[in-house]
Design a protein around this ligand. Structure first.
Ligand SMILES: O=C(O)CCC(=O)C(=O)O
Ligand SMILES: [Fe+2]
Length: 315
């Protein structure tokens, strides 16, 4: 495959059995091959997208001392601000050329989980930042729920298989700012080649050049979405759970050519995580003579901690 396929969630939600099956087959096929799709028909309307970008730009425009006041020690960057260069891709020493913010779960009716997760951090300088972030979080979570339902059916599981694992899950909304590049970055890139940790990622802002995906042949292909599309990819948790039937594809964000060094890039991924107790053990239905079990049993919580250590976010 050398192009990211485009699918429409409206097919899945149409109530028409044929259209629903078409969506399941298209996304299933795409995830067994390239691991990415561009998705139309999601639950984010244009006003919400515009409002979120406005708030996010306003936040990153705040003075560094103000932003650093929202960098919370001891929580592995899981909420609030993470400053420039802190995170590096697994196996890489140079930090990525980015700063970012994390909105986390808004736990409902589960005091134990509310206790387990760090609190969301409120930005005091911006009147709408917190509420707009929360609204986008909810709409992305809702979109992701239906995508996982389609994948459950593709895997011959119960349609609602993931519902209980993602309700109040440890998902993260991460607005990212890649600032203008001022001096030759040498080895560092905006985001070094990596696979995402989580179940699936929904990315707003893949409209411009920058994001590239590595296909089976090892070629890097541009992943560019239409204005009304989210880019959605499989993460390592889902790949493990399905014995790599669904592919977590390596991707990166390249540095722009020198004449565009002066421009920022903004992107906003939503990393869909389950609750930490979910067992990522390989599904029985994904093991057979030709596909022996490839991964050890592990919970989502333990897997996440292992990876945050490798990214340099926890000690
Ligand atoms: O900025 C982008 O377009 C992609 C970012 C990304 O892959 C990530 O944060 O995991
Ligand atoms: Fe990523």
């Amino acid at each position: 495959m050398n192009k990211i396929p485009s699918v429409n969630l409206a097919d899945f939600l149409s109530g028409d059995a044929k259209r629903k099956q078409k969506f399941i087959d298209e996304i299933g096929h795409a995830y067994e091959n390239i691991g990415f799709v561009a998705l139309k028909g999601h639950f984010l309307d244009q006003k919400l997208v515009d409002d979120l970008y406005t708030e996010v730009k306003n936040f990153f425009d705040l003075p560094l001392e103000v932003k650093q006041g929202y960098e919370i020690p001891g929580i592995g960057g899981q909420r609030g601000y993470v400053s420039f260069g802190k995170e590096s891709a697994k196996g890489k020493k140079e930090g990525d050329l980015k700063e970012f913010w994390h909105f986390g779960q808004y736990v409902e009716n589960d005091p134990k989980l509310a206790e387990e997760y760090p609190d969301n951090v409120e930005v005091k300088e911006l009147a709408h930042f917190n509420e707009v972030g929360k609204e986008a979080y909810k709409m992305l979570e809702k979109t992701a729920k239906y995508v996982l339902r389609a994948l459950s059916l593709h895997l011959a599981l119960d349609e609602n298989y993931f519902d209980g694992y993602i309700k109040n899950g440890n998902s993260i909304l991460r607005p990212i700012h890649y600032p203008p590049i001022k001096t030759e970055p040498k080895e560092a890139v905006r985001a070094a080649a990596h696979g995402d940790i989580n179940l699936i990622t929904l990315l707003m802002g893949a409209q411009g050049k920058g994001l590239q995906v590595q296909n089976h042949q090892g070629d890097w292909i541009d992943a560019i979405a239409e204005p009304d599309e989210l880019m959605i990819n499989v993460g390592d948790m889902l790949s493990r759970h399905t014995n790599n039937k669904l592919k977590s594809t390596i991707h990166r964000v390249t540095n722009p050519p020198k004449e565009l060094w002066g421009t920022s890039r903004y992107s906003i991924p939503f990393f869909m995580h389950p609750i930490s107790q979910m067992k990522l053990d390989v599904l029985e239905g994904c093991i057979d003579k030709d596909h022996p079990k490839q991964f050890d049993d592990i919970t989502a919580g333990d897997f996440l901690n292992e990876r945050l250590r490798e990214l340099g976010l926890i000690k």
